[in-house]
Design a protein around this ligand. Structure first.
Ligand code: SF4
Length: 350
């Protein structure tokens, strides 16, 4: 399969697109005007693996708060702006690293010119964000009132052409629909037309369970095809949950590495230890560990030792006991109630 390779755009210290790492991003749920709550949420997200953070900028008070927020965080800050070009000008003055705004929605060409001028001067990229729920009326009419992937791409191209007309090419694009089919189709279509880096996401994906499944399928499909310079998992939940899902998607596709990966078998009639409980405890114990290692928690001697050997550290359960492996070698056998401690001891040694 020919994978999509986009051009590169810089957001803060990160190069997005090309063969650069796919970056994880999220959006604050706090009121941007409340600087301390917003900074607190961003710092927690940074710790959980967020690499780019977006905040809503609904008015001038929020726009003027951006500089104060930026000073207290360590990752690129993105201003999310709708309709009002003056907020974009203020956000740029406040030093944001990227602005999400659709140039076709900010009034006259003069307004676009002003936003483009400040973004060029300050080297701030613009993300054009197409959302299936807010397509232009004439595009909707053309597609018989239906939100289609083709309509979303048409809308994106319209905004892209406006920026290109002003000789502005420091662009990223997103095309989010609330279902996988249209989202994937829209990104595939756009990837054939332009080479700008793509911000991918399935919008309004739902609560943690449904949203995780939707995002994993949708974003996983796109990432597998090389589409996606940065991703946002949208969940109706604390954004910290989005970090877990986003990283697990990237780790599962072997696109990024971060922290400890725990694999475990599904258990079956051969399992003779309380493996589900053990796997959960291991996952909990290593969740903030900053080691790039793989731990296998396996239930029995049929498949267990083989899998456990593939990992850096592993356990294969037996009858009320477990054999601990390190890099393919059995290092010890312990009683069931000692397995967790023995695993953690081996992890510490790595
Ligand atoms: S590793 Fe063993 S216990 Fe786990 S599912 Fe496979 S056969 Fe069953």
């Amino acid at each position: 399969m020919n994978k999509y390779i986009s051009k590169v755009v810089k957001v803060g210290p990160y190069k997005l697109g090309g063969k650069n790492p796919v970056r994880v991003q999220s959006m604050c749920t706090t009121d941007t005007r409340d600087v301390s709550s917003t900074v607190k949420q961003i710092l927690a997200l940074e710790k959980a693996g967020c690499e780019i953070i977006r905040v809503a900028v609904p008015d001038m008070v929020a726009a003027k708060a951006l500089g104060k927020i930026k000073k207290q965080i360590h990752i690129p800050l993105v201003a999310d702006i709708h309709l009002n070009y003056e907020l974009a000008l203020e956000a740029a003055e406040q030093g944001v690293d990227k602005i999400r705004i659709n140039p076709g929605n900010i009034g006259t060409d003069e307004n676009v010119k002003k936003v483009v001028a400040v973004c060029k001067k300050k080297k701030i990229p613009i993300r054009i964000g197409i959302n299936g729920g807010s397509l232009e009326k004439d595009i909707l009419k053309k597609y018989k009132g239906k939100v289609t992937a083709a309509g979303m791409v048409e809308s994106a191209m319209r905004h892209i052409r406006i920026l290109e007309k002003h000789n502005f090419k420091n662009i990223l694009i997103s095309l989010k629909a609330s279902d996988i089919e249209r989202t994937v189709e829209a990104y595939r279509m756009l990837a054939k037309k332009v080479k700008y880096p793509l911000h991918i996401g399935v919008t309004e994906a739902g609560t943690i369970f449904r949203g995780t499944v939707m995002s994993s399928i949708g974003l996983g499909t796109l990432l597998y095809e090389g589409i996606g310079a940065t991703l946002r998992v949208s969940l109706t939940a604390d954004p910290l949950e989005e970090m877990k899902v986003a990283w697990e998607i990237l780790k599962s596709l072997k696109l990024r590495k971060r922290g400890v990966t725990v694999t475990s078998c599904p258990t079956c009639g051969r399992t003779q230890i309380d493996l589900i409980n053990l796997a959960e405890k291991v996952e909990e114990a290593v969740k903030f560990m900053d080691k790039d290692i793989h731990i296998a928690v396996m239930g029995c001697v049929v498949n267990g030792p083989g899998e456990a050997r593939e990992a850096d550290i592993g356990v294969a359960g037996g009858q009320g006991a477990g054999a601990i492996f390190r890099h393919g070698q059995v290092v010890k056998s312990v009683k069931e109630n000692e397995i967790l401690a023995a695993l953690l001891e081996e992890i510490e040694k790595l």
